[in-house]
Write a protein that binds this ligand. Structure first.
Ligand code: AMP
Ligand code: GLY
Length: 420
C-alpha cells in the first residue's frame, strides 16, 4: 500500500514513524517532507499548499491513501481535490476545515450551540473596533480571523497595545487578508490543555491529553513560538474534567458541525483553558497539533492507519483506539534566536542510538549531509512509566543530538510535575 503524507515538519515525521508500524504499507511519500525524514519516507519536492501538484502526484503514483496534516492545504480544500479523483484521505474537507480557518466561524458556532468559550465581539470595521476598545475590559485578546502561522493572537495588557494590535491587523494587514475581520475576546485564565481527537462525525475518540510550552524561554517567558516542547498526559486533565469536556464541548462540537452540514472527519484538536468557571475552548484546530503529536502518537497503542481509515469510512465506533499507559515528553531543539532571527545551515548530527526518538522539523540534505534549515530543528521524545522519567529520558537523549547554536528550554514538563 502506498501512502502519501502532505506536510514537512516534526508532526509529519511523527505521523510517518507511527504509520511505519503497519506492515501493509510498502512506501510512504512525504510532500515535501524534509531532509531529516529521508530514512523514513521518500521525499517529493512539492509544497504542501500546491494542491494541483499534489493531486497530479497522487494520480500518477497510484497513491492508496493520503494524510493531509497541515492547516493550509486542509483549509484550501486538498482533501476535496483528492477525493474528487477517488483518493481517500485522513483530514477534514474544506467545509469542515473552516473550524480552524476562520475564528469568526468557530466563535459564532460556539455561541450558536452553547459551547463554552470566551465572550467576544467580531469587527470588520477598524473604527468600530477602536471605539469598542475604549471601554472593553483589559487585558483583552485580539485574534485575526484567518490563518496566521499561529501568530494571529495578541494578548494586550493595555488599551493602547490593544488598539495597536487591531491597527496592525486591520490597517497594516500584517497577516494579509486574515486580518480583514478580527475577534476581540475576553481574557481567560487557567491551565491550558490540548486534546487531539479522532472523529468521523458520529463518534469522538480523544487521544491522550497534552500540554504545550509555547513561550521561547524558561519559566514561560519570552516570545510565543510554534511550541518548544510538550508533555502527555496533562495532569490538569483529570477524569472528571475529561467527562465534562466530552459532554459540554466534544460531542456538542461534532453535532454542531453536522447540523451546519460541515461534518468533520479527521483529527479535531481542542485547545482548552480550564477556567474557574469550567473548561472553555480557546481554539479549534482541524489537524494534529505540532509538537503535541510528537508526544500523543508515541502513546497510541493501536495501529494509526487502521484508526485513520475508520475515521474516513465512518466506522470509528467499531474500531478499537487503545492508548498506552505511561507518559511522554518532547523537547524541541531550535536554532538560537528563534522565533526571531537565527542562523541555519549547520551540520546536524543525530546519534544512531536516538534516531527513533527524533522528529525532524527543519533540516535539509546538502550533498548527502544533513544541515539545519529552520527555526525549530527537531523534537526529541521519550516515553516512560512516569512523567518524571519521561522528562529525564528526553533530556538525556538531547545530549545525543548536535548542531551549532542549538537552543532548547530546560524546563519542559516542570510545571506539570508541580501539579499535585
Ligand atoms: P492560539 O493561537 O489561538 O492557540 O492562541 C495562542 C495562545 O494565546 C493560547 O495558547 C493562549 O495561551 C492564549 N490565548 C488565546 N485566547 C485567549 C483568551 N481568550 N484568554 C487568555 N489567553 C488566550
Ligand atoms: N501546538 C499548537 C498547534 O499545533 O497549533
Amino acid at each position: 500500500m502506498k501512502i502519501m503524507v502532505v506536510g514537512g515538519g516534526g508532526r509529519e515525521h511523527a505521523i510517518i514513524k507511527k504509520l511505519k508500524e503497519n506492515k501493509e504499507i510498502t512506501e510512504i511519500f512525504a510532500l515535501p517532507g524534509n531532509g531529516g525524514m529521508a530514512n523514513d519516507a521518500t521525499l517529493i519536492n512539492i509544497a504542501a499548499k500546491d494542491i494541483s501538484a499534489i493531486v497530479d502526484f497522487a494520480k500518477n503514483n497510484k497513491i492508496d491513501y493520503a494524510v493531509v496534516a497541515p492547516d493550509d492545504p486542509l483549509v484550501l480544500g486538498c482533501v476535496d481535490a483528492l477525493n474528487e479523483i477517488g483518493i481517500d484521505c485522513f483530514g477534514p474537507n474544506k467545509a469542515a476545515a473552516i473550524i480552524e480557518g476562520s475564528k469568526v466561524f468557530s466563535k459564532n458556532l460556539m455561541k450558536k450551540y452553547n459551547i463554552p468559550t470566551a465572550e467576544y465581539e467580531v469587527f470588520s470595521d477598524l473604527d468600530a473596533a477602536l471605539k469598542y476598545l475604549d471601554t472593553a475590559p483589559i487585558p483583552t485578546v485580539i485574534k485575526a480571523d484567518g490563518l496566521a502561522l499561529g501568530k494571529g493572537v495578541i494578548i494586550a495588557e493595555t488599551r493602547e497595545d490593544a488598539k495597536e494590535a487591531v491597527r496592525s491587523m486591520m490597517a497594516d494587514k500584517i497577516f494579509g487578508e486574515s486580518g480583514n475581520n478580527v475577534v476581540i475576546e475576553e481574557f481567560l485564565t487557567g491551565p491550558e490543555v490540548s486534546v487531539l481527537s479522532f472523529t468521523d462525525g458520529k463518534t469522538v475518540v480523544p487521544m491522550v491529553s497534552s500540554m504545550d510550552h509555547k513561550r521561547a524561554l524558561d519559566g514561560d517567558r519570552g516570545l510565543n513560538t510554534g511550541g518548544m516542547g510538550t508533555i502527555a498526559p496533562n495532569p490538569y486533565y483529570t477524569e472528571a474534567v475529561a467527562k465534562e469536556c466530552m459532554e459540554k464541548i466534544f460531542i456538542p462540537t461534532m453535532n454542531a458541525m453536522n447540523a451546519e452540514n460541515r461534518t468533520f472527519k479527521g483529527c479535531l484538536y481542542f485547545g482548552l483553558m480550564l477556567t474557574p468557571k469550567g473548561p472553555k475552548v480557546i481554539e479549534y484546530n482541524c489537524r494534529f497539533g505540532d509538537p503535541e503529536t510528537q508526544v500523543v502518537l508515541p502513546l497510541l497503542e493501536s495501529d494509526l492507519l487502521t484508526v485513520m481509515k475508520a475515521t474516513t469510512n465512518g466506522t470509528l465506533s467499531d474500531c478499537e483506539v487503545k492508548l498506552k499507559n505511561g507518559a511522554a515528553a518532547c523537547v524541541v531543539m531550535a536554532s538560537l534566536g528563534y522565533p526571531q532571527k537565527y542562523e541555519s545551515g549547520f551540520d546536524l548530527i543525530i546519534d544512531k542510538s536516538v534516531e527513533d526518538s527524533v522528529y525532524v522539523a527543519g533540516a535539509k540534505l546538502v550533498d548527502g549531509t544533513l544541515k539545519t534549515a529552520g527555526g525549530r530543528v527537531l523534537g526529541v521524545t521519550a516515553t516512560a512509566e512516569s512523567l518524571g522519567e519521561a522528562i529525564n529520558a528526553a533530556y538525556g537523549k538531547v545530549n545525543f543530538v548536535k548542531f551549532e547554536n542549538a537552543y532548547y528550554r530546560k524546563d519542559i514538563g516542570k510545571k506539570a510535575m508541580e501539579v499535585k
